[in-house]
Ligand binder design. Structure first.
Ligand code: ZN
Length: 216
C-alpha cells in the first residue's frame, strides 16, 4: 500500500501493534497492566486503505471486534537516541482499526498460542489518510474515536496511554531498526465490541473521519 503524506510517498512496510496500552481496556479483557509494552506484528497484507470502502468479513471465527487506535507512520530509518529524538521519526498520524477475531483470540490465549490467526489476517488493519506530523506537535492530548452505524462505541485520548507514542517507538527500536513505511498501531481504549456484516464503521482523529462498511 502506498502512503502519501507531507509531499512524500512511502510503501507501507511492517505493521507493529501494541496490546494493552490503556488500563481500562486491559481490565475489560481481564488482562494485567503490563510493565513493558506488549508488541505483535501484522503483515503488510493486513492493511486496508481509506480509499477502499469495504472490508470483507473473515471466513473463519465468528466474533469480529473493532479496536480503534492511533497509527503512527515512521518516516526514516534508524534507532532513535531518546524519546525526544523519537519524534523526528514520525512522518504522519492517522486513526485505524486493529480488527480482531475475539473468539479465535480467546481460544489461542487459553492455549498459550500466538495471536496471529486472530489479529494478522487479510484486511485486519484499515487505516485512515495520514496527516503529516512535525516534531514540535504535541502528542499527549490527541482525541480519537470509533462509531458503528452512527453510535459512538470507543472514545480515546492519548493522555490515558500507559506508554506514550515516543516511548513505544523507543521500545520497538530496541528489537527492530526502524524503516520508512513502518506503521505502529498504538493500542486501543476501552469499549471494544462486535462488528456485524453490513455495519458501517467510522473512525476519527482530531476532526478527520474515515468510514468503511463490513461486507455482507
Ligand atoms: Zn489493538
Amino acid at each position: 500500500m502506498k502512503i502519501k503524506v507531507g509531499g512524500k510517498s512511502f510503501e507501507a512496510g511492517r505493521v507493529f501493534c501494541i496490546g494493552r496500552n490503556y488500563a481500562a481496556h486491559a481490565k475489560e479483557l481481564k488482562n494485567d497492566i503490563p510493565v513493558e509494552p506488549v508488541i505483535f506484528c501484522k503483515p503488510p497484507t493486513s492493511l486496508v486503505s481509506h480509499l477502499q470502502k469495504e472490508i470483507p468479513f473473515p471466513a473463519f471465527g465468528g466474533e469480529l471486534h473493532h479496536e480503534v487506535e492511533i497509527v503512527a507512520l515512521i518516516g526514516k530509518a534508524g534507532k532513535p537516541e531518546s524519546e525526544t529524538d523519537a519524534l523526528n521519526y514520525i512522518a504522519g498520524l492517522t486513526a485505524g482499526l486493529d480488527l480482531t477475531m475475539r473468539d479465535v483470540q480467546d481460544d489461542l490465549r487459553k492455549k498459550g498460542l500466538p495471536w496471529e490467526k486472530s489479529k494478522a489476517f487479510d484486511f485486519s488493519a484499515p487505516v485512515g489518510e495520514f496527516i503529516s506530523f512535525a516534531p514540535e506537535q504535541k502528542l499527549d492530548d490527541l482525541r480519537f474515536s470509533c462509531a458503528v452505524n452512527g453510535v459512538l462505541r470507543q472514545s480515546g485520548n492519548t493522555r490515558d496511554m500507559l506508554f506514550s507514542i515516543p516511548r513505544l517507538i523507543m521500545e520497538i527500536s530496541r528489537y527492530w531498526k526502524l524503516l520508512p513505511g513502518d506503521l505502529i498501531f498504538t493500542g486501543t481504549p476501552e469499549g471494544v465490541g462486535p462488528l456485524l456484516r453490513g455495519d458501517c464503521v467510522e473512525v476519527s482523529l482530531a476532526g478527520h473521519k474515515w468510514i468503511w462498511t463490513i461486507q455482507n
